[in-house]
Design a protein around this ligand. Structure first.
Ligand code: MN
Ligand code: MN
Length: 464
């Protein structure tokens, strides 16, 4: 009997719950790590804030701003800020760049409600902001929850004014109203996609009229508050990037505190894993690059997205300093596309295929491929790279699970992986499983956050 059991253990691939593997010391390390993540996430509600906070943390770790043509020696640490919306960091390795670099790429933008460029209006003596949603959202989830306003207003003179309203306990917040059930008979007959419309996502921002006898008195009162606080006029919204984000604090979830609930885990949970990993790497063989990209949720286009040549500009400049062709560097490099995946949800088992889905507490989720239908729009990591990840994870005590997002033909999704693969960099997806992904309040397991950090660190420490 015993012999047969061992044979099974030897031959079968069995995924394991991390809590059955974790020692007390590792558990303490996980808790410490997650406290750092929670603090970072709580203060990083836009890509700009995520970048600014990452630079602050990096400088405390000895990173300095990259300058064009800089000669880096092994162990040198630099950061490159792409227009305040995306960030790249590097730790120079012992080996020349034509022997390849190790890249980890996450994104720091998250689904939200952007204000339109002419957002302000008054309707029936209430003032509102019109919005245009950013990224994939279920619109009904964004009504009747507290919202904060974040972003920048750039005036005609070029002055950049930072705006954060609603984060501090004594500041006002904002909300999008929803219909009371008593009068929602017609609304409730609609599909969930149609029940709340994009043009219906108007944010309530004021109700007290300005003390005069003209028209639009509430709009005027609101504009006068903004003018006295920020010195802006209505036309300044045209060159603003303001958005409404959920006002929920980052919190432990569950009686056992094993989970974290927050807005924006996707993908700041992997961004932080990369940051912490590049801070903790010391004297790596290969040069390590950490990317915090913008615009992933809208397709990675634009100057700050992963398709941008800003990446070539940064790595290419480092190559030039060594007399290396960027293409020779890319051909030998690997990339861990660190982005979240869907965790199996027992409330909705019908969308997942149990044998190949990610589970909370089973470690970092590796994806050989993503995409939809017949794997359309996938990077599809080479089997050799998957094997390499298995090996370095095993050598570094990283618990991982191989997974796929949902049942075949159920839907699908992508990450920045294909844009790295298209650059001739062998790329694999690896990230944290999430419950309620893209909702205003997402849930992750602390264990998986920690394992994703350890996975990226193992990659940074690897010799290619
Ligand atoms: Mn993502
Ligand atoms: Mn996403």
């Amino acid at each position: 009997m015993e012999e047969k059991q061992d044979y099974r253990k030897e031959l079968f691939y069995e995924k394991k719950n991390g809590y059955d593997l974790m020692c007390a010391e590792e558990r303490a390390g996980m808790e410490r790590y997650c406290e750092g993540y929670k603090a970072y996430l709580n203060d990083s509600r836009t890509e700009r804030e995520a970048v600014a906070n990452a630079i602050r943390l990096a400088e405390a770790e000895g990173f300095v701003e990259y300058e064009r043509g800089m000669q880096l020696r092994p162990g040198d640490k630099v950061w490159f800020n792409n227009r305040g919306k995306a960030l790249m960091l590097a730790v120079a390795g012992k080996r020349p760049l034509d022997e390849g670099i190790v890249v980890a790429a996450a994104h720091v933008d998250a689904p939200r409600l952007d204000l339109k460029q002419t957002p302000l209006y008054e309707d029936n003596e209430l003032a509102f902001f019109k919005t245009h949603y950013y990224g994939g959202i279920k619109k009904y989830q964004w009504t009747a929850i507290p919202l904060e306003l974040h972003g920048v207003v750039v005036t005609k003179s070029g002055e950049v004014i930072d705006v954060v309203i609603g984060r501090e306990k004594d500041e006002p917040q904002f909300v999008i109203s929803d219909l009371l059930p008593h009068l929602a008979a017609d609304q409730m007959k609609k599909t969930m996609a149609e029940g709340v419309t994009g043009e219906g996502l108007n944010i309530l921002i004021g109700s007290a009229p300005y003390d005069d006898e003209g028209k639009d008195r509430v709009k005027l009162a609101v504009m006068s508050i903004l003018n006295s606080s920020y010195g802006i006029t209505e036309e300044d919204f045209v060159s603003a990037e303001l958005c409404a984000v959920p006002a929920f604090d980052v919190r432990d979830i569950g009686l056992d505190r094993s989970l974290i609930g927050a807005y924006g885990h996707d993908d700041r949970v992997c961004a932080y894993a990369e940051l912490k990993a590049i801070f903790d790497v010391s004297e790596p063989e290969q040069t390590c690059v950490c990317i915090l990209a913008d615009k992933e949720e809208t397709g990675s286009d634009g100057v700050s997205g992963m398709k941008s040549e800003a990446f070539e500009w940064f790595v290419g400049d480092m190559c030039k300093a060594q007399g290396v062709d960027l293409r020779d560097c890319f051909a030998k490099s690997i990339c861990v596309s660190a982005d979240v995946t869907a965790a199996f949800d027992p409330n909705y088992p019908e969308v997942s295929e149990k044998q190949n889905c990610a589970r909370l507490n089973y470690g970092v989720g590796l994806h050989k491929f993503t995409g939809s239908r017949g794997k359309a729009g996938t990077n599809d990591a080479p089997a050799e790279l998957v094997a390499f990840m298995r090996r370095i994870c095993a050598e570094n005590g990283v618990q991982w699970q191989m997974c796929e997002l949902g049942k075949v033909d159920q839907g699908g999704g992508g990450t920045v992986a294909m844009y790295m693969g298209n650059r001739n960099i062998a790329t694999i997806d690896a990230g944290v499983p999430v419950l309620s992904m893209h909702a205003p309040f997402e849930v992750v397991a602390k264990y998986d956050c920690y394992m994703t950090y350890k996975c990226v660190l193992a990659a940074y420490n690897a010799k290619l």
